[in-house]
Structures are given as C-alpha cells and as structure tokens.
Design a binder for this molecule. Structure first.
Ligand code: TQI
Ligand code: CA
Ligand code: ZN
Ligand code: ZN
Length: 169
C-alpha cells in the first residue's frame, strides 16, 4: 500500500516547471532533458498534472541537480551506491542526485559493464513520486517500494502508485 507524507502535503498548482542543473555531471543536457521528460510523463499520464522544463532555476517549482558529499542541506551523499538521490515533500521541490553514482542515462542499464551502474530514469521516477507527495509503499512491484538494486530498470508505475497519486491529484 502507498503512503503520503505526514499531513498529506501536495502542490496546489497543476502545471509545475522544473529546471535541471548540469554542473557536477558529465551527462549531456539533451540526454538529461529526455530522461526527465520521460520520468515526469509517467506521472502526468495518470493525473491532471502537467510538467514543463524551464531553463531558469529562478522560475522553477522543482529544481534538479547533481551534488557530491555535503552539499548544504544537511543530507550528505555517500559515494557510489548507498544513498542514490533524495527529494523533499511538497512544496519544497528540491530533487538531488548523488554525482558520484555510475549513472546510466538513456542506455540499457541491464547491460552495463559496471556492477554499480544505476539507472537514472528509474531513480527519477521514484524521486518525482516523493516531490509530488508520495512516501514509500509496501508493494514490492511499485515504484515507491524502498528498494532498487544496481543494474535494474524499473520505470512503469504499478496500480498502487497510480492509486496513490490519484488520491492526491
Ligand atoms: N534515497 C531515499 C529515497 O528516495 C531517501 C529517502 C529515505 C527518502 N526515506 C525517504 C526520501 C522518505 C523521501 C521520503 O527513498 S535512496 C530508492 C529505492 C533511493 C532509494 O537513494 O535510498 C530509489 C533512491 F526506492 F529503490 F529505494 C531511489 Cl528508487
Ligand atoms: Ca551514493
Ligand atoms: Zn540534497
Ligand atoms: Zn524513496
């Protein structure tokens, strides 16, 4: 079963703008744009929400960035594996990815040569769930289940994720 954050916070707007900061990552902008567009589309397809990328962080509801170690929000990253990313509850809008992960973006992570390769789109779909107000789920197939192993791609919402998000939007 899905869960919400305490008090069930949610966004009151139906169109949310997001900005992707490309510093601290070697992944090119076109690939990031494509991966995040696909990840946001999973959630917009099943709700009345719309997402639009903006070039200006000042104008964005959701800011996405890669960071290493201590990056000023009290939640340090820890090098390869361990914590991969984190996001905050509505309407904070910050989505941070550990810059030291062996991210696979746009490629086939199940064929990655590195044991520690992590699929960016899978993590993005999960973290966007948090940004929108979902906590973790107890259903193992769901996107919001709190386990993802390296070299795994998991990007399709389960019925449980859809019920959870439709309960908010
Ligand atoms: N990051 C944790 C997560 O996103 C951070 C976290 C723990 C968290 N508890 C939370 C965020 C409660 C919001 C609310 O779950 S992680 C997974 C999964 C992580 C974990 O790096 O451990 C995914 C990132 F689900 F597989 F465990 C992405 Cl997909
Ligand atoms: Ca890490
Ligand atoms: Zn952070
Ligand atoms: Zn999570």
């Amino acid at each position: 079963l899905f869960s919400y954050f305490p008090g069930s916070p949610l966004w009151s707007k139906r169109t949310l703008k997001y900005a992707i900061a490309t510093s601290e990552t070697s992944i090119d902008r076109a690939t990031l744009t494509q991966v995040f567009a696909r990840a946001f589309a999973r959630w917009s397809e099943v709700t009345t929400l719309n997402f639009a990328e903006t070039a200006s962080a000042a104008d964005a509801d959701i800011t996405i960035g890669f960071h290493a170690g201590d990056h000023g929000d009290g939640e340090s990253f820890d090098g390869p594996l361990g914590t991969l990313a984190h996001a905050f509850s509505p309407t904070n809008g910050r989505l941070h990815l550990d810059a030291t992960e062996a991210w696979v973006a746009g490629g086939d992570v199940t064929r990655a040569s590195s044991d520690v390769a992590v699929d960016l789109e899978s993590v993005a779909v999960h973290e966007i769930g948090h940004i929108l107000g979902l906590g973790h789920s107890s259903v193992p197939d769901s996107i919001m289940y709190p386990t993802l192993t390296s070299r795994t791609k998991k990007v399709n919402l389960a019925a449980d994720d859809v019920q959870g998000i439709q309960g908010l939007y």
